[in-house]
Write a protein that binds this ligand. Structure first.
Ligand code: F6R
Length: 370
């Protein structure tokens, strides 16, 4: 039931604060502020203590959450992590090193390529293999075929375009990174306390980000007649740029590409002209100054910038520069909060263009054939 909402997608965007709060509660008590719950993944502690490498496999939006997790695994707890779309991984005879944690990320748990990639690894039987399903459907094939089930407590996702499954995947991945980090003593003391404190603020920040609905709807009017669009981000926001572009193309049918902003000069800058909208994910983080230089390059070539920024960055709107301020959030968790404005943008563009938002043409919710 869509209730008061016009589409399931919009309803599911609005469910994100609660869905993420439920997911976080798997590992965090309300009253215990500085440590993970003892019972979180407790049965698997011995297995997780032994892993030395992480291999993430997924498709589409779930692949993008894996890309964020790679940054987290490596920068926060120094565990090497590879991420690949399952449809490529399974056909290239890949090496799976010993003591590997294979994480399959899938909303449905029935995606054919993801399942096949997992089965291929299991056939190779590398030493110390641990497999984990990060999945929204407890009864799925993926959950049955893996050692560990880490649920995303998003509730059923009906809209074909994935929204709350994505943000709950990110929240659960952060919990997993912390769990592995704690078990292997790679994150301790104040660093851990701070990260946990920041996670507890996340549902509130997501809730506040829903207030962007009205300004983003206004912004979306600039996209109605566009043929093509770029999404730019750096660091943790690069995967969100990819996700923003995927959302826009799948529901509004506008061609869109996500790019690491540092790659602009290596090709896509040639596309920029006054008809090219460029969406930029620009929190005030360690990459902001570099990103600002990238924005100036685009602006100088008359591209029209649509920037999701932190108020702290003091970016102000001017000619061909539109700014929407996103609620303050720490750098590490910013990709979760910045997912909301890109979802809302593609939603409003699609509604304006009159597409079938919940059932985009040619797409199915669960891709059970390759
Ligand atoms: C995009 C979308 C798809 C899915 C992909 C994987 O909005 O929904 O890209 O993310 O088909 O599906 P799951 O996560 O069920 O394996």
């Amino acid at each position: 039931d869509k209730g008061e909402f016009k589409h399931y997608m919009l309803k599911e965007i609005y469910e994100q604060p609660d869905a993420v709060a439920r997911t976080i509660e798997m590992a965090l008590d309300n009253n215990e502020t500085s440590k993970l719950r003892d019972d979180f993944l407790q049965r698997y502690e011995t297995q997780l203590a032994g892993i030395r490498h992480v291999q993430i496999l997924a498709c589409g939006t779930s692949y993008h959450s894996g890309l964020v997790a790679k940054y987290w695994f490596e920068s926060l707890i120094r565990v090497p992590c590879s991420v690949e779309v399952a449809s490529e991984f399974r056909y290239r005879n890949p090496v799976v090193v010993d003591n590997c944690l294979v994480i399959c990320i899938s909303q449905s748990g029935e995606t054919a390529d993801t399942l096949s990639a997992l089965r291929d690894i299991q056939k190779q039987t590398p030493a110390g293999l641990v497999s984990l399903a990060l999945c929204n459907v407890p009864t799925s094939s993926l959950v049955r075929e893996t050692d560990i089930f880490l649920p995303t407590l998003a509730g059923p996702e009906i809209g074909v375009a994935s929204t709350k499954a994505f943000t709950t995947q990110l929240a659960a991945l952060m919990l997993l990174v912390l769990k592995v980090g704690v078990i292997q003593q790679r994150v301790t003391g104040e660093r851990l306390t701070t990260l946990i404190g920041e996670l507890q603020q996340l549902p509130g920040q997501l809730y506040a980000s829903l207030n962007l609905d009205a300004p983003i709807k206004t912004m979306s009017e600039h996209f109605e007649d566009k043929k093509s669009c770029l999404f730019l981000g750096r660091g943790l926001q690069f995967p969100i740029a990819l996700e923003g572009a995927l959302k826009l193309k799948e529901i509004s049918y506008i061609h869109a590409e996500g790019y690491a902003a540092g790659e602009l000069k290596h090709g896509p800058l040639a596309l920029v002209d006054k008809d090219m909208p460029i969406v930029v994910l620009a929190p005030k983080d360690s990459m902001f100054d570099k990103l600002k230089a990238n924005m100036q390059e685009v602006h100088a070539r008359h591209g029209e910038l649509f920037v999701f920024a932190s108020e702290a960055s003091q970016m102000v709107a001017e000619d061909r520069l539109h700014v929407v301020y996103v609620p303050e959030v720490c750098e590490v968790l910013a990709p979760i909060v910045y997912s909301v404005p890109v979802q809302l943008l593609s939603y409003h563009v699609a509604v304006m263009r009159g597409t079938d938002v919940d059932q985009p043409r040619n797409l199915a919710k669960s891709v059970t054939v390759e």
